[in-house]
Structures are given as C-alpha cells and as structure tokens.
Design a protein around this ligand. Structure first.
Ligand code: GLA
Length: 385
C-alpha cells in the first residue's frame, strides 16, 4: 500500500484520499450455468484489485493502472463516456460510471484513480468483475449514493453486456460483490436467491493453477455457447413450459432431449442441465462434510465441460488431468469461462508442494511454457481500506 501511495503521488502529483479493495472470485462448481438460469457456487478470494483515489473539482477522470504501465494515464470526462478502443482496460470503470448515470445516480465530478490488481487478467478469476464492483463501491462511497450491493452487481453485469459487449451472466459480479470470508455462495441465477455455505477446509487448501494461455477468442466463443443453449431452449419450449434450461431435472431432460434438433446444441444443453444438478448436489455434499464426494463432482464438471460443452482445450485439460494423478487431490476442474485461464483444485495441505512441483513440471513438458500456482483463501467482498 505504501508503494502504491508513492506511485499515486508520482503519477498524479498529489496524495490519494481514500483506498479501496475488491476481490476476484473462483467458481468452485456450476460453470456456464448462470446464463442458463441455473445454480453457481463461487467464492471471493484474497486476491483482487486495489484502487487509490482523489476526487477532483471538475468533471474529468484520470485513470492509471500499475498493471498496464505502458498505456499510461487515460483521461476522459463526464461529457464523453463511450467505449474507446484506445482506453483499453479503463473502459471497465468508465462503463460502470456510465451505467450509474444512466440508472439515474448523480455523479457530478471526476476523480484521479490508480488501480493495481494481483489477479491475472483475463484468466478466469474475474479481474473485470473485480474492477467493475470496485468502481461501483467507490462511486457509492464518494457520491454518497443510496444503492445496495445487488443493484451494483446488476449494474456491473450491465457494463459487461452493454458497454464491453460480452454477453456474460451475473455470477462474477455477484461473487465479487457478495463475497464473505470462509463462505461460498450458492446462487440460483434464475431467481437471484442465494445462500451462504461455509467452506470448511481443515487439512486442505484451494489451489488455482493458471495455464498462462491468453484466451483470445474467448468472448466470441462465449457468445456462441450462449446462442447454442438459447436455440436448444427454443426447441424444448415447443413442448415444455420452461423459461430456462436450469428448470429441468435430469429425468425431464432425458425424456425430452429428442426435441433438440441439432446434436451439438443437445450436448450443450445436456451440460447446462447436468451441471446445474451437480452444483446443487455439490453444495449438499460440502455442507454434509463429504469433501471427497464434492471433489468427485468437481471432476465430473470438468469432464462435462470438456466433452459436452467443449470449452476446455489442451492447456486446461493438461493441468486438470495431471492434477487428477497427484496424491492428495480431492478434486480439480477448470474455472470461469474456459478456453484458457485457470483451474481450481482442492489439495491436501501436506501434498501441495509436490502438487505444484509435479503438475508444473508435467505442464511445461507438454505445453512448452510454465503454469503459475496460487494458494487462495475464501475472502470478504469489496471494502474501503
Ligand atoms: C464467465 C462469465 C460468467 C459465467 C462464466 C462461466 O466468467 O462472466 O457469467 O458465465 O464465464 O461459468
């Protein structure tokens, strides 16, 4: 923090007034279910994004990120809140400001802000939701806005959908905004009903393994998967009165899957339905203390994402398949949108060093570059520091 304060002074020539933090998230299970009206089971982690800020007396914003030093200071004003390619990462906070104003919240001044994130960008740990919710929390704080977290979560998702152009669901912003230390949140994305569930790990830790593969095509592929599920849903709606795939039990799906005309779409829908049911089951197993069962469901989730949803790829599969072979691994799967990014594994504490050594070595041999590993804790949501 001291270094960041010094940096703020160096960049803007003045001292910061306030400091904030917003976490990233890891999804334990329930992948590609949120926009299908299903359940997700993520938690906030102890890595995320920091912001130092000083309000201004005019309507200008100056934004700087320690993670994108080369881009330098990005400047814009309240009069022109548009997505600009040259503004790169700053389109996320800018979009949040725009969504707040469009929703009727009064923002009449600019500020200088420095960001620093210690989650890898675009790696499936919600660096974008982290900066979105961070911006929302800052706006609420400095403009004294009367807005609750669920509303901020929705405006964060809106930013992603309308300003950035990724058709993402609500999981990431929800997990970041509603994060609670030592709890995961089971969220029904159909109704937004949620439940905090203790994550009790005595002899185990959560290990995130990063493929270090840039996602590249992820956004277009993501929107493509959404489209495939929507088409499958339309086919099913010819007979069934449902609004989302998440409403179906496995039996209902199996009885009616013949309605889905295209075979690929049928596989996508199968994943959405099975993964949703798996997530509900996983929460019950975790709450009953059956960690081994929870781990098996994580593994099945990965297989389904690999074979039916087809969003894994060589790098994620390599990390997960190596993880499955290690001693002391309870479960391992890809997390987030997929196509690259990270995996999440639950590993016995006393086996973690071997895990990192062996998986790291095997990955490098097969893929040709290093993976990174982080041991994370289930943590609090956003806050002023
Ligand atoms: C991304 C999206 C989420 C969710 C996941 C997949 O993280 O932002 O809304 O769809 O992918 O589970």
């Amino acid at each position: 923090m001291l270094n960041l304060k010094e940096k703020f002074f160096e960049v803007f020539g003045e001292n910061s007034e306030k400091e904030f933090f917003s976490p990233g998230r890891v999804n334990l299970i329930g992948e590609h279910t949120d926009y299908n009206g299903g359940n997700v089971f993520p938690c906030a982690i102890d890595r995320g994004t920091y912001a130092l800020i000083k309000t201004r007396n005019d309507n200008r914003f100056r934004m700087y990120s320690e993670n994108f030093e080369k881009i330098g200071i990005i400047e814009f004003s309240l009069d022109k809140l548009e997505n600009e390619k040259a503004h790169d990462w700053a389109n996320y906070p800018k979009g949040v400001i725009k969504m707040f104003i469009d929703a009727g919240y009064k923002i009449n001044k600019g500020f200088d802000i420095l960001f620093y994130g210690n989650i890898p960008n675009g790696a499936g740990l919600s660096s974008s939701a982290s900066i979105e919710i961070l911006t929302a929390v800052i706006l609420k704080n400095i403009f004294g806005l009367n807005i609750d977290m669920i509303e901020m979560v929705k405006l964060g998702q809106k930013t992603e959908n309308l300003f950035i152009g990724v058709n993402s669901g609500i999981m990431d912003q929800f997990a970041v905004g509603m994060g609670k230390k030592d709890y995961a949140v089971l969220l029904d994305c159909n109704t937004l009903k949620y439940e905090y569930v203790p994550v009790i790990l005595k002899d185990e830790v959560i290990v995130i393994s990063n493929t270090n593969k840039r996602r590249g095509l992820a956004d277009s592929k993501y929107n493509e998967r959404r489209g495939e599920c929507e088409t499958a849903l339309k086919d099913l709606q010819e007979k069934l009165k449902i609004k989302a795939l998440g409403e179906l039990s496995i039996e209902e799906f199996e009885e009616n899957k013949g309605l889905i005309k295209n075979e690929v779409n049928r596989k996508r829908a199968k994943h959405a339905v099975y993964e949703n049911q798996r997530t509900i089951k996983a929460q019950k197993e975790l709450s009953a203390g059956n960690l081994e069962e929870f781990g098996k469901l994580m593994n099945q989730s990965h297989e389904s994402l690999r074979d039916d949803y087809e969003v894994t790829g060589k790098e994620l599969d390599t990390l997960v398949e190596l993880a499955w072979k290690q001693d002391g691994v309870i479960g391992s799967r890809m997390t987030g949108a997929g196509f690259g990014g990270c995996t999440v594994s639950i590993v016995k504490k006393d086996k973690v060093d071997d895990f990192i050594k062996n998986v790291g070595k095997g990955y490098k041999e097969k893929i040709g570059y290093d993976a990174d590993f982080y041991i994370v804790e289930v943590s609090e949501g956003p806050r002023e520091l």
